[in-house]
Design a protein around this ligand. Structure first.
Ligand code: SF4
Length: 327
């Protein structure tokens, strides 16, 4: 039941106004040891904020973050230190997430020093080892970020995260700022690291195609809440929430056999409502083609609709919708 409400003040039409942006508003999900959970949804659905809460870059305004049984949601900085080491974040933008005035050796070495990972004097050797693990030349430890390409910079960010020997990595759209040709290389690297070190990943993305290949389970978020969560095969094979069905219908079919009809696209009407004043009842009701009267008054709970698959919908059905509601 994790919550992050940001308070903002601004000039309204009738003077100054206080707003509460409900960026994350009652998210519940579970990450198992060594698994990869994809967190998907449109921009502004709260997935990045959720990732920052889990790694405690932000302190939530409500709810719990249970890590191996300990609630770390409101721990002070000193108490957080061991958890900071085990919960690492890879940022979306490899251009702004590395200090341009520090060499790669300093960037990765600082993570080793802060978390007391290797004895003094052994840092350089470990930095070079880490550079090799992520596919960079270990002799380039004294170069600066601008001397590397985008894909290489993301590898530096990954080496920095690995330096702390984490158990969990939250990867926030780690390839979306990269060229398509480089994306696969970085994804393969993350997959290799997961297998080699048994790290659990929360993989934040808006590209459902990428998530399908990389994740064991998938959580679909809409307007600060989880709409559906389940095993990959269930989510992609028999999505139960209308929003998941709409997102999946928008993923292009690559390699469709000639002669087979293309799948029907579900076009959502309207924009995502504002998280300042979300719709009553089901948050998706203003855009949902299956909405009934109850949907605008009663908020559906996230309930198990099939083994391992939970959806927050009064009318969750296993079959993907095949009609184009606009056509
Ligand atoms: Fe649509 Fe109603 Fe289900 Fe919400 S509860 S997703 S509005 S059918």
């Amino acid at each position: 039941d994790l919550k992050m409400h940001f308070r903002t003040r601004g000039e309204g039409l009738i003077g100054r106004a206080d707003h509460r942006i409900r960026a994350v508003d009652g998210v519940s999900l579970q990450l198992r040891e060594g698994e990869t959970l994809g967190l998907v949804g449109e921009s502004g659905c709260g997935k990045t904020t959720t990732g920052r809460l889990i790694t405690r870059l932000l302190e939530p305004t409500g709810g719990q973050i249970l890590y191996q049984g300990t609630d770390i949601a409101h721990l002070k900085e000193r108490e957080l230190r061991p958890y900071r080491r085990e919960l690492q974040l890879i940022f979306q933008d490899p251009y702004s997430s590395l200090n341009p005035r520090h060499t790669v050796g300093t960037i990765v070495g600082t993570a080793l020093r802060v978390h007391d990972i290797v004895p003094r004097g052994k840092e350089l050797a470990r930095v070079q080892e880490l550079l090799e693990v992520v596919g960079l030349n270990p002799e380039h430890y004294n170069r600066y970020p601008h001397e590397f390409s985008g894909g290489q910079r993301q590898r530096i960010g990954i080496a920095r995260a690995l330096a702390a020997r984490p158990k969990v990595i939250v990867a926030d759209e780690p390839v979306s700022a990269l060229d398509v040709s480089i994306q696969a290389q970085v994804m393969n690297l993350l997959e290799d690291l997961r297998k080699e070190f048994g790290i659990a990943f929360i993989f934040i993305a808006h590209d459902l195609g990428v998530v399908r290949h990389f994740c064991d389970r998938v959580a679909v978020m809409y307007l600060g809440r989880v709409a559906e969560i389940g095993d990959r095969d269930g989510i992609y094979g028999t999505p139960r929430h209308p929003y998941t069905q709409a997102l999946l219908s928008a993923v292009p079919d690559v390699g469709v056999v000639r002669g087979t009809p293309p799948k029907a696209r579900i076009r959502l009407v309207g924009d995502v409502p504002s998280p300042v004043d979300p719709p009553s009842g089901c948050r998706f009701h203003s855009r949902c083609w299956k909405a009934e009267e109850i949907c605008s008054t009663s908020s559906p709970a996230l309930l198990e609709k099939a083994p391992g698959q939970l959806a927050a919908c009064h009318f969750a059905e296993p079959q993907p919708a095949v009609q184009d509601p606009v056509a």
